[in-house]
Design a protein around this ligand. Structure first.
Ligand code: ZN
Length: 390
């Protein structure tokens, strides 16, 4: 029940050097110097000797129940396993469907999210998939947001992509309106998490909606903004106008200047790396590769481990301060998705913590107070996992 982490260099994400963190149950009970466990409790004391302790990572875009399918049935990706997430430092995940909402369903997504939660991490889902009208659990998106606890927004709705439903402006307007009101009624962000493809229209559809309706810019969370340089330019414009942009990690086949470390550095240099920029992994989805004619030429599966790999890289090789880089996968994500008690190391918040070693590799992970990874070894496995990762 009680755990005391001593002598940490704390990144809340703001830096507090040399401090202790007291965990009681699933929450952070105290932060300060020279904390002690009360005499009347027996608990665990862990001395981390000045290592960096950071908030558990929030990955707001993962195909947890599998995705893919763009190259036929054999290209459907498998379900994610618990240790794939925790090993990379992720303690909160938002699951989504992708191109395939025929052989994949919202029921599957919701139950997989509940399974991961039972196994120890925190989970949410977006209602929908690429298609418009959105594939929802209840008859409407508004009902999903209002009545189903884990549903926090709509997504990933595809626009400007050859795989999208080519939604009309009016359809997207209605969807955004449903997300907005459903979010209000459910006490959630109700964001519309938009998958952006390589299409030349880019963010134009969102601008049209913003210009001709009362829906605010904060309702939208466009992702894959670093897909092309033209889209990134539009994303910067969207960010400057007060919008939130989400970058996708692990795009190793992209030019270096479009990969997350370089993009974060560029945004920081231009002084626009604010609290409305996030990074997600697009993990466990398929990574289809198309040629210029739109013909599929290869397939891969996205890893969730690229989330920290890329953000870490921005610190190690691109000179970003750790406290700035961290925000893109912790507090900024909690802000845009209105996740209560998440994304910060703060009294009363969930005890989701990651301990980093001297070279910023994940050393240990606690999810709601429970140790999931210790000394770079998985401690808690998913129900059907092979006990092989270390
Ligand atoms: Zn996508």
């Amino acid at each position: 029940m009680w755990k005391l982490i001593k002598n940490a260099k704390l990144y809340c994400p703001e830096l507090i050097p040399d401090t202790d963190v007291l965990i009681v149950g699933k929450s952070i009970a105290a932060i300060g110097q020279n904390l002690r466990l009360p005499d009347y409790v027996s608990g665990e004391v862990v001395d981390v000797n000045g290592q960096r302790l950071v908030p558990g990572f929030i990955d707001a875009h993962v195909h947890i129940c599998g995705g893919g399918g763009e190259a036929g049935p054999a290209s459907r990706t498998p379900e994610i396993q618990l240790s794939q997430l925790t090993w990379g430092g992720t303690t909160t995940v938002v699951g989504c469907l992708g191109t395939d909402s025929v052989s994949r369903s919202m029921s599957e997504l919701l139950v997989k999210a509940r399974a991961l939660e039972d196994e120890g991490i925190t989970t949410f889902v977006y209602s929908g998939g690429y298609q418009v009208p959105a594939r929802t659990l209840l008859p409407s998106l508004q009902q999903d947001l209002t009545l189903i606890e884990k549903v926090i927004g709509a997504g990933e709705i595809a626009i400007s992509d050859h795989r999208s439903a080519q939604p009309q402006i009016a359809e997207l307007e209605r969807l955004a309106a449903e997300a907005r009101v459903g979010g209000m009624l459910g006490g959630k962000a109700g964001v519309v998490h938009l998958h952006l493809g390589e299409g030349k229209r880019g963010l134009q559809l969102i601008w049209t909606i913003l210009n001709q309706t009362e829906i605010p810019i904060s309702q939208f969370m466009p992702t894959h903004i670093n897909r092309t340089s033209a889209l990134l330019d539009q994303g910067i414009e969207f960010l400057r106008a007060g919008g939130h942009i989400d970058l996708t990690a692990g795009c190793d086949d992209f030019p270096a200047e479009l990969q997350v470390p370089a993009v974060l550095q560029m945004l920081n240099e231009r002084q626009i790396l604010n609290d409305r920029v996030s990074v997600t992994s697009d993990g466990n989805g398929s990574m289809p590769q198309y040629n210029e004619a739109g013909v599929l030429i290869g397939m891969g599966v996205g890893s969730v481990e690229v989330l920290w790999r890329d953000v870490r890289e921005s610190v190690i090789n691109y000179g970003l301060p750790l406290e700035v880089a961290l925000r893109t996968i912790t507090s900024n994500v909690a802000n845009v998705l209105c996740l209560k008690n998440k994304g910060r190391i703060q009294v009363g918040y969930d005890a989701d913590l990651v301990l980093l070693d001297e070279v910023l590799q994940v050393q240990a992970v606690w999810a709601r107070g429970k140790c999931m990874v210790e000394n770079k070894q998985t401690k808690v496995w998913g129900t059907y996992e092979k006990r092989s990762r270390s």
